[in-house]
Design a protein around this ligand. Sequence first.
Ligand code: NQM
Length: 369
Amino acid sequence: MQHPIPCLFMRGGTSRGPFFKADDLPADTAVRDRILLEVVGSPDPRQIDGLGGAHPLTSKAGIVSRSAKPGIDLEFLFAQLQPTSDKVDTTPNCGNMLAAVVPFALETGLIAAQGSSTTARVLTLNTGMACDVTVDTPHGYPEYEGTARIDGVPGTASPVRINFLDTAGSVCSSLLPTSRVRDRVEMGEGQVLEVTCIDNGMPMVLVHAQALGRSGDEAVDELNRDAELKAVLEALRLRCGELMGLGDVTAKNYPKMCLVSRPRAGGAISTRCFIPHMCHNAIGVLAAVTVATACVLAGSVAHEVAQESEGKVKSISIEHPSGEFNVELEIDPGDPQIVRRAALLRTARLIMRGEVMVRTRDFDNWRKR
Ligand code: NQM
């Protein structure tokens, strides 16, 4: 016996996955997680029996509901799954999947279109972060076609504009969880690595590519095959996790690791992000916001290699393996460590609508109640 669950399969930015209305899934998190694992087909490296795409960027799910909280329209819970693990992580945010939330809510009647464009305030339940998301709705439903282009996605699409309002210290206690803009980490055998541990929407550890004997413009496949680099990054990640107050991060998807180096293509900085064990084909949304923030923080390892950007509102282009990601940061004039607003552009698309079938027996018990 299989059970149908209403589901829209959506691309959000450079990620994709199934989206559900919260009411269509059990509230019990253990049961919900078993269902999500079955939906994407984890654990299995090929995810052959589910909707996952055999990569962390395509092993994600979104759960959306209307909000009863004052000033908030929608609540979004992001779930990170992994091809080879049976864990479902709802701790960190995902700004890419976030881009599909307002189109999903319009498609499923959770909110109504407001005119030629629709803005909704979305609260991410993962970290309690609020943002305003605007999509084009010229015909009363989400427009998917358009001329906006984001690197990492072929072609063009209608823009999804995201304005983050309060990103500092999303999972960590503050923007700079070690209270320093730069830390020196002993790696054994006399090796010391200088890092910036920072969380402006995503806990991250930034390190110069050169300090690890890499150039920082290697191809993703090359980095994914680089077992020696991955071993050093993981050892560094575990140490930094403790320093950042995150405890033992062995089984956690954060902090993400990012190799930074001088820009090559006219941007502010060049990046290679590990999420945390595979190299990202591009860069995560909140990872980009976090790296951009580090670029403007004097003393950080990113600032040292970044191209300076003038003005109170800074437009910072983060180079990544498949292009660049532009983040607009509004810095508090009185305190350079306070980012008032981070704005950026994504695109999203409804790929499929229907019902996803699960066998989970728990689901049967939940439906009978
Ligand atoms: O940083 C990948 C992605 C992400 C997360 C990851 C993200 C973000 O590209 O906001 O979007 O860091 O695992 O989807």
